[in-house]
Design a protein around this ligand. Structure first.
Ligand code: PLP
Length: 433
């Protein structure tokens, strides 16, 4: 058996937690790592009952959604905020406010949730993937230029997992080309770039409050912007196209096409309550993530995500690292995840390559797409749709979810211990097959 270049003791001592092994052992595998999610108490119960009893359940009648928009604006230090039914609809509102449509090309990363892609397809625009930087898990902004054509209208930069990278470059690039920059900050509540909240630096930013997110109302979303015109259009779009400043009592005031993407008062009330917990929870995640990285970094075969120095605050929606089987006697990632689960730690493999999704091929060969773009252009799209770095990233990534970072320090030690244990067992596991 290959000897590890550190003893368990030195792993933990090196991380500045000499007593960690003993403390970690006190944590037993039947206990859940982190906290049960969502976290709530009487604050949320009272908030929801308050809405129920008011009889004002929708934003048109009530005041909770408007109050949430005001507080979220203040929290992010941004001029405008419009709440939406979910993060996907915040992105749809962004697409329509910016007027992305058939014939337009939109640049996006391949390492993201499918919604980032779907909102482009819903406009019958052409998604163009920009390869990933495996170190940061983010879009490699150095590759934006090569994927840009005269038809490019916008870039969707995703702050994946709560971090971001190369935002100065993408802001500079989009500005110089007259392109719009949409920040998909659906996973990045309270994330910062050089001291400013992500989502507020591009033309607009979008957030998700879906159940797994760090700020949670079951479903929910928001678009933020400093551009008043964009805000007017996004606001109108989420309310079936009705202008923000309609004064007449008659059902009129439609200024554009739109949809009903409104957030309910129940969700607004829940968000106001959950927001009181956000800063404290974010700090806990930051402390735990830093401790975990310190320990995991010392394990050969484990490479924690590199955080761009410009990312002054990571929301830590996901804790991500790259797994190299070579450090684990050749144990494949699936075997590593299974063994880790047996040690009491649940990780997951994360995204598969979005640019290679079979459904995407189908959409692009549909009657509509062939009519809009023509066969030659679509053939070229397929030839150029290569993201080799992302393919590797998808094969080597391991994620832990944000709720796991809400535990105590000893739980982080338990995680690092579990990884080290799997490494020790790896030769045997490989032999067993
Ligand atoms: C990066 C990203 N974009 C968009 C979305 C869509 O948000 P929602 O699920 O609230 O519609 C998500 C949600 O998981 C996401 O992670």
């Amino acid at each position: 058996m290959r000897r590890l270049p550190f003893s368990r003791r030195s792993l933990l001592a090196g991380a500045g937690v000499a007593m960690a092994a003993r403390r970690a052992r006190a944590w037993n595998r039947e206990q859940k790592i982190g906290k049960d999610w969502p976290i709530y108490d009487r604050t949320e119960e009272d908030a929801l009952l308050g809405v129920l009893r008011s009889g004002k359940w929708g934003r048109i009648d009530g005041s909770r959604v408007v109050e949430f928009e005001r507080q979220y604006r203040e929290l992010l230090q941004v001029q405008h905020c419009v709440a939406t039914a979910n993060g996907t609809s915040a992105l749809i509102a962004a697409m329509n406010a910016i007027d992305i449509g058939p014939g337009d090309e939109v640049l996006l990363p391949p390492y993201t949730f499918v919604a980032t892609l779907n909102v482009i397809l819903l406009q019958h625009a052409l998604p163009v993937f920009v390869d990933s930087d495996r170190a940061t898990f983010q879009m490699d902004v150095r590759k934006l230029e090569a994927r840009t054509t005269p038809q490019t209208r916008a870039v969707i930069q995703v702050h994946l997992g709560g971090a971001t990278a190369g935002l100065d470059e993408s802001l500079k690039f989009t500005k110089a080309r007259g392109l719009k920059l949409i920040e998909d900050a659906c996973q990045a509540h309270l994330g910062e770039w050089k001291g400013k909240k992500v989502g507020t630096l591009g033309d607009c930013g979008t957030f998700s409050f879906q159940a797994s997110k760090n700020l949670n109302s079951g479903e929910g979303g928001a678009l933020v912007t400093n551009d008043e015109g964009l805000y007017d259009r996004a606001y109108a779009f989420q309310g079936n196209g009705r202008a923000r400043k309609v004064t007449s009592a008659t059902l009129s005031g439609w200024v554009m096409n739109g949809a009903n993407l409104r957030l309910t008062e129940f969700q607004g009330a829940l968000l106001l309550a959950q927001m009181t917990r956000l800063e404290g929870q974010s700090r806990t995640r930051e402390t735990n993530a830093a401790a975990l990285s310190k320990m995991l970094k010392q394990i050969p075969g484990i490479t924690p995500q590199v955080i761009d120095p410009g990312c002054t605050r990571n929301a830590w929606h996901l804790y991500m690292f790259r797994y190299d089987p070579a450090g684990f006697a050749g144990l494949p990632r699936a075997g590593f995840l299974k063994a880790l689960r047996e040690e009491g730690v649940s990780g997951m493999g994360g995204y598969t390559p979005l640019n290679k999704e079979p459904f995407l091929k189908e959409v692009l060969s549909s009657r509509h797409y062939r009519k809009i773009y023509g066969d030659a252009k679509l053939r070229q799209w397929h030839e150029q749709n290569q993201c080799p770095e992302n393919d590797k990233l998808c094969a080597e990534a391991v994620w832990f979810t944000q709720d796991m970072l809400l535990g105590e320090a000893k739980e982080m030690e338990f995680i690092a211990e579990a990884v080290a244990k799997v490494q020790k067992k790896a030769p045997e596991l490989v032999k067993r097959g």
